[in-house]
Design a protein around this ligand. Structure first.
Ligand code: HEC
Length: 317
């Protein structure tokens, strides 16, 4: 028995009745197409070694919807690629290399690949099922998918159904979230920060003796935080003060007699919270200068005052 080769049917189809004609000139070809169409023929194929618009016009075949499928598929793919990457980044934000959470440049690759993938898939889909209704249905579907992708967060949708609850939805501190504030009245194990006010400040006692170690530390802290406004000698002429042409107005001298007569506690309180002590012009430094550094700073301000006093006395002589 002889087996039938299944490929024979494809490569050697049974003969179909028809006419084959070969033309040497473009005009003759166009003319023949025109007459055949006038005679009511619709099913014919023209082969040409080079594409000619005249032949296309004569055939007057409908524009293929494939390009539309490819376009819609491509746009949908690009949108889904963008949504996929951005959604995942914002869903679990991790700052890498100081880049913003939704950093577009690296996602362009994925958007590009998705454009190609969806464009190609929809082209094949169109080639397989080519009809007006299919085109409309597919276009509507693609638009819907793109819209839904852009508008919604699937995790929220999935979470609506109890079965799919994820670990992310437990009660926990999310990345970059602020932890829950302590219960009012909670005292830290390191001891509570005294509340600064004009009335209580003077009662604070300086626990740091004015050793050279303390003053050197205070100098370091002063040069880190205070010099920009109060100046190297505490005259209120630091580079960003209005006295030196900078934007900060109202910076006071730390070395005049008025402030030299102030208690250590007063200066300490200004460092911790300039907002409650003066006219509210000095920023708060209590969150930056901590522990004994504050008193070392007070000691250094005292040193600046002593130096200024000596300089004034020297000038008078
Ligand atoms: C951004 C500029 C700026 C910086 C930085 C700054 N200060 Fe001041 N400081 C001011 C201004 C402005 C005032 C006047 C406050 C007011 O009138 O409200 C002031 C006032 C003071 C006073 C009170 C002077 C008085 O006559 O009562 C002291 C003491 C003082 N600063 C110390 C410091 C110390 C110590 C630092 C470093 C931790 C510092 N300041 C950093 C701007 C600054």
């Amino acid at each position: 028995m002889k087996l039938v080769n299944p490929l024979t049917a494809i490569f050697h189809p049974p003969p179909t009745p028809g006419v084959l004609a070969v033309f040497g000139h473009l005009d003759a070809t166009v003319d023949a197409i025109g007459r055949l169409r006038a005679a009511g023929h619709t099913d014919f194929t023209v082969y040409s070694p080079i594409p000619r618009h005249e032949i296309e016009d004569a055939l007057d075949q409908p524009v293929s919807p494939v390009r539309m499928f490819t376009l819609v598929g491509g746009i949908a793919g690009c949108a889904i690629g963008a949504w996929l990457t951005l959604y995942m980044s914002y869903d679990w934000p991790i700052v890498l290399g100081g880049k913003p959470i939704g950093s577009i440049p690296p996602y362009v690759v994925i958007m590009f690949e998705m454009t190609i993938l969806f464009g190609a898939l929809s082209t094949i889909l169109c080639a397989v099922r080519r009809s007006g209704a299919a085109v409309a249905v597919f276009a509507a579907l693609a638009a819907l998918a793109a819209l839904a992708g852009l508008a919604c967060n699937p995790d929220d949708v999935v979470h609506q159904i109890g079965w799919f609850s994820t670990m992310r939805h437990q009660r926990s501190i999310k990345p970059y979230a602020h932890p829950i504030p302590p219960v009012p009245g909670t005292v830290p194990v390191t001891g509570a920060e005294p509340i600064m006010s004009l009335q209580t400040a003077d009662r604070l006692v300086n626990p740091r003796t004015r050793t050279s170690e303390s003053i050197n530390r205070g100098r370091f802290v002063y040069e880190t935080y205070c010099l920009v406004c109060h100046g190297p000698a505490g005259q209120g002429d630091g580079p960003i003060s209005s006295a030196a042409g900078g934007p900060f107005i109202g910076v006071r001298s730390l070395v005049n007699d008025t402030i030299a007569r102030r208690t250590d506690g007063y200066i300490y309180a200004v460092i911790v919270s300039g907002q409650v002590m003066g006219r509210g012009l000095m920023p708060i430094y209590g969150d930056k200068v901590r522990g004994t550094d504050r008193w070392d700073l007070v000691n250094y301000v005292r040193t600046l005052q002593a130096e200024a006093k000596a300089a004034r006395a020297g000038g008078r002589r």
